[in-house]
Design a protein around this ligand. Structure first.
Ligand code: COS
Length: 385
């Protein structure tokens, strides 16, 4: 389908597709098997300008937006969903600064992040605060011109490889979500510690780690927005970043479909390629149709977000929900088309199914996305009365 991309967007897509084909795909199986985060690929992504896509030109980026980030994520994820996160999770970590940072913070942090000189990460989730993000316990106590942070964040993508962490912590625990604040924390601040490294089912080429704040001293000027605004900063961040997960899911689904079509054309059973069997054809047709429907929703949502439309939370949640469910379904069917070979690690397809699963879970489970969508519908209906 034609999504009427501009010349600039088409050029970006072609560039990332080339990088994915030539540099990422040949490494994907090894990075997955050994759970390696590739700094060599980060260097290539940085040289190609991929880290600057969501950063305004005034701060060293290319001033593009969520649609361009979606294009990058989709193309990289066709080759390896884990590697995609070296770019997408850095964008997630940058969003709180881009959305709510002051001039000084933007000038100080964004140019080097846009250049890919450093990576960023976003720290919201805690052992007791997953779907219920508002029940966080990490504390930020004011001490003169610093805050002292104490607490543990878990499942942090880019944890341990990022230099800049945007962190949500409680400045006023009595006030719940209204008592949370957002901070920019550097990994060289005293009291910043790395915890457990996770051994994951999929996206194994990404770095996922616990981050521990042990009397971590953060300068007051690193607070993003006012005290008490942190939860809203986090929610606005997720509204912008969820299409990135959706497009990662799209890339996973498209990558799996491409492999399944190739396999079906060459695998001979009953004296003919299985692609000539109607049972297989119907599966391929459904897979392709679901992907195209999800892509249309992702691109529409991304365009809406880039135009500063109202109520982007709803469309952002919708595209993440739909694309990730499609990725799970399509990759499961792709493994089915490969049959017994699909279940074996010698073939590339099972990785797509393992990688797809996380897209239904992170940046808000799909149950949370449904909650966000339903609440928004109900709120809109109430406001019309
Ligand atoms: N933009 C701006 N503000 C928002 C917002 C949004 N998208 N969503 C909520 N808020 C505000 C609300 O308006 C409310 O503000 P007031 O206190 O001024 O009324 C405040 O934030 C609290 O919102 P709410 O009452 O809806 O919070 P809940 O505790 O019910 O939780 C959900 C909301 C479930 C949506 C939130 O906890 C969530 O997104 N959970 C999933 C977290 C997640 O995605 N984690 C993944 C890890 S991060 S990679």
């Amino acid at each position: 389908m034609d999504y009427f991309l501009t010349e600039e967007q088409t050029a970006l897509r072609d560039l990332v597709r080339k990088i994915a084909d030539e540099k990422v795909r040949p490494l994907a199986a090894k990075l997955d098997r050994e759970g390696i985060f590739s700094w060599d690929l980060v260097k290539i992504f940085a040289e190609s300008g991929l880290y600057g896509v969501v950063v305004p030109e005034a701060y060293g980026g290319t001033g593009q937006g969520v649609l361009e980030l979606a294009i990058v994520s989709e193309e990289l994820a066709k080759a390896c969903a884990g590697v995609t996160l070296a770019v997408a999770a850095s964008a997630l970590g940058m969003f709180p600064i881009i959305i709510s940072g002051n001039e000084e913070q933007k000038n100080r942090y964004l140019p080097e992040l846009a250049e890919g000189k450093h990576l960023a990460a976003f720290c919201l989730t805690e052992p007791e605060a997953g779907s219920d993000a508002g029940s966080l316990r990490t504390r930020a106590k004011r001490d003169g011109d610093h805050y002292i942070l104490n607490g543990t964040k878990v499942f942090i993508t880019n944890g341990g490889v990022a230099h800049i962490y945007t962190v949500i912590a409680l400045t006023d625990p009595e006030k719940g979500t209204r008592g949370a604040s957002a901070f920019i924390v550097q990994d060289d601040y005293p009291g910043f510690k790395l915890g457990k490294e996770e051994d994951k089912m999929g996206i194994r080429a990404s770095a996922t780690r616990e981050i521990i704040f042990d009397d971590c001293r953060v300068p007051v000027e690193n607070r993003i927005g006012r005290e008490g605004e942190g939860f809203k900063v986090a929610m606005k961040t997720l509204d912008k970043s969820r299409p990135g997960v959706a497009s990662q899911a799209l890339g996973i689904a498209q990558g799996a479909l491409d492999l399944a079509v190739d396999y079906a054309r060459t695998r001979v059973q009953f004296g003919q390629p299985i692609a000539s069997l109607q049972g297989i054809q119907f599966m391929l047709a459904d897979m392709a149709t679901q992907i195209e429907a999800a892509r249309a929703l992702v691109y529409a949502a991304a365009r809406m977000i880039d135009s500063d439309a109202r109520n982007i939370g709803q469309v952002s949640a919708m595209c993440k929900l739909m694309a990730s469910d499609v990725a799970m379904k399509v990759t499961t069917d792709a493994v089915q088309i490969f049959g017994g070979y699909g279940y074996m690690r010698d073939y590339p397809i099972e990785k797509f199914m393992r990688d797809a699963k996380i897209t239904q879970i992170y940046e808000g489970t799909n149950q949370i996305q449904r909650m966000v969508i339903a609440r928004s519908l109900i709120r809109d209906a109430a406001s019309k009365k």
